[in-house]
Design a protein around this ligand. Structure first.
Ligand SMILES: [Zn+2]
Ligand SMILES: [Zn+2]
Length: 311
């Protein structure tokens, strides 16, 4: 958590008083944020991708599509998304409002700061992040969180155009084929092929990206955190009161990913909200000492010290 000047979201949540219904509070607040991000995404036009031509071999060996993109093409959409998302973020978490307004001003005053920020958030460039944070006068943790909430709708608006240029259906990595983010949720579901007589009762695993909203197939019995395939150290917990909700955990890397079993469910769900609605799974997993694979901000709140009824 950030230590000076800019409190993190956990502190911001706690500042408003400890709720009797911690999950309700978290779902309400982050639900507002996700709603505004979806609006921002829908309002953005896809950019001209210029010379974007991903190398298929490099892609299939694990390079997400964003690596082949001139990320500075996203400068305009990023500022537009930030203008929509940051004010709402400041209302949901009032103690962050001042730092968000400062960041907005600095981006206007120092045009070259934006290019550094995009490098930090899209390409995981730690040096660019630290340098940009120092120039703005905020912590790196705060800056990465603020950039992330504006970058998500901005890359989500380009998702289909990017994905159309590569065989994303062949991707089997644990992270997103489009933006490279770790997943926030695994889902078990059936994708019956017309040629198949028998549909597997156990279903396929599909991951969901909390940043660009892409979904992709993953492989069963592999830890998405470390690649561990030893079934004796791969654990699955089920919440007693909801047998279709699981936690996949790994004893080697001590990380977890929530999983919803939709194999026998006919109705559709909103995948972009599903991980947030399953935040009680985060609490249950963290109470057992596991760390989230998900980069979603609520997963990072740190439930281990909280009393959770799900544990
Ligand atoms: Zn993604
Ligand atoms: Zn692992």
């Amino acid at each position: 958590m950030p230590s000076k000047g800019t409190p993190g979201m956990k502190a911001a949540l706690l500042e408003t008083g400890r709720s009797h219904e911690p999950f309700r509070e978290i779902i309400d607040r982050f639900g507002l944020l996700l709603g505004r991000q979806a609006e921002a995404r829908d309002s953005l036009e896809p950019v001209d991708l210029g010379a974007f031509a991903p190398d298929e071999d490099h892609f299939l060996s694990g390079e997400p599509l964003v690596n082949f993109l001139d990320i500075q093409l996203l400068q305009g959409p990023f500022r537009q998304a930030a203008a929509r998302v940051w004010p709402v973020m400041g209302v949901i978490f009032p103690s962050l409002a001042e730092s968000l307004a400062l960041l907005e001003r600095k981006l206007t005053d120092m045009p070259e700061l934006l290019s550094q920020c995009l490098q930090a958030v899209a390409q995981g460039d730690g040096e660019a992040l630290d340098s940009a944070a120092a120039r703005v006068g905020v912590t790196s943790d705060f800056l990465l969180m603020a950039l992330g909430v504006a970058y998500a709708p901005c890359i989500a608006a380009q998702r289909q155009a990017l994905a159309s240029k590569a065989p994303v259906e062949l991707w089997r990595k644990p992270y997103c084929p489009v933006c490279g983010s770790d997943p926030d949720l695994a889902v078990l579901e059936n994708h019956p092929e017309p040629s198949e007589f028998l549909v597997s009762k156990s279903g396929e695993i599909w991951h969901h990206c909390p940043v660009c909203t892409q979904r992709w197939r993953f492989v069963r019995m592999v830890c998405p955190g470390c690649g561990n395939q030893d079934h004796e150290t791969l654990t699955r917990f089920t919440i007693p009161e909801s047998p279709r909700e699981h936690i996949y955990a790994c004893e080697q890397c001590r990380q977890y990913l929530p999983c919803l079993d939709l194999v026998e469910q006919a109705s559709k769900i909103d995948f972009d909200l599903a991980a947030l609605k399953a935040v009680h799974l985060d609490a249950a997993a963290q109470a057992r000492g596991y760390l989230p694979i998900s980069p979603a901000p609520w997963a990072a709140l740190g439930f281990a010290e909280e009393q959770t009824k799900a544990s």
